[in-house]
Design a protein around this ligand. Sequence first.
Ligand SMILES: Nc1ncnc2c1ncn2[C@@H]1O[C@H](COP(=O)(O)OP(=O)(O)OP(=O)(O)O)[C@@H](O)[C@H]1O
Ligand SMILES: [Mg+2]
Length: 416
Amino acid sequence: MDTKEGARTPLGESSPTGERLSLVTICLDSEAGAELRQFVRGTPFLRLQAEVHSYLTDEDVVLSWMQGPGPDICLIDFDRDRPSAITTAGRIHEKLPNTAIFAISSNSQPNLIIEAMRCGCTEYIVKPADREQLLEAVARVGGRKREKREQLSGQVLVFLGAKGGSGVTTLATHLAALLAKLFSRRTVLIDLHPTCGESSLFLGMTRHQYHFYELAESVDRLDSDLLQSYVLHHGSGLDLLPAPDFREPERRVHAESVGQSVDFIRTKYEYVVIDCAPGLNDQNVEVIRRADHLYLVTVPEVPALRNVARLLDYFDHHDLPQYKVDVVVNRHLAKNSAISDSEIEKAIRRKVFWKVPNSYQKVIRTINAGDPTADISDSDVARSLMSWAEALGAKPRTSTDSKKKANKSFLGLFGR
Ligand SMILES: Nc1ncnc2c1ncn2[C@@H]1O[C@H](COP(=O)(O)OP(=O)(O)OP(=O)(O)O)[C@@H](O)[C@H]1O
Ligand SMILES: [Mg+2]
């Protein structure tokens, strides 16, 4: 498909509150196109994702260029070929329910406006487009998006390894269980490995029938009851949606269904912690799009650090806001490390967010016990993760809380 700008898929969400809304134009005539480009240049919260020069009338190619959830806005010129413009609007309306469709035309007859609205357009812009009218229409889209986002209250914390075996499952299970147990946060851990995920093993819950991908396949009928029928309950208070067992045939679940499942799950929990398999497969990309925080877990070794630098470049290039990405160095050695902290930060060109000590015996013992919250005082890894969980999950204290604090504080676990 002919596009002027590549259909680069943004990983970041966009809204008028600091992040940008993405716009795709379809068959815009050259004059309107030039005006539109100027409008975008003067509107900081808008980003021109692509200019498409043919209507989407061919079923097969309809949305192949729109990966993921699609742009925030599609602006379709209805003047070149009205029936094709109507088909295009109808298809986008059907396939990308989160994309707002604007019609633009030099013809403002009421019956034509009604026709455009019936096929899914929410705005009808008359040429030459009035800047104020466009601005108001775009602001309405931003407002609706913000409202929707506010309804989705839970924070999505995505853990991704710079390479396999970096400690993603270890850190994700610890942090999730600590949030649930010590800070009474409604927390669910999703094991996103397509097969052989180990979070259920780390939590000592190996006997389970269902897994997250089965739930994602049923996203169309997902409600609270269905979700609860899939969730496993850990003694710490943490809920778990495990990965498929290695005996299960590998399933091809649409990445979009994975994303929509996360959208639903976050309405039911305060924290949705996601344990990703290494790499940027479609499922990982889909949850990264939704991440409030992406924790990039690395070990202090050259190949892993090189991957961190590459992944950071990739996220930067795909519009994932920098403040959402944090680098975590796992198996960190305070002394005698072959690579010093300043060398690490120089290599990745940013500060390290968290350092988790190297403590193999303790980690193995925790895995064997199946409970990351069981023996905190004796594990420096658990203690490090506890401070992290506290930074995230500690609720503001009321005066009644302060009275309870003397006995109930997590420091009690250390006998302090
Ligand atoms: N802080 C740590 N100190 C010592 N050993 C650790 C630490 N964190 C993890 N490990 C060990 O490293 C190994 C890999 O950890 P883990 O399974 O969590 O990695 P992963 O990134 O989830 O791996 P995968 O890519 O296979 O999903 C495990 O044997 C674990 O015990
Ligand atoms: Mg793992």
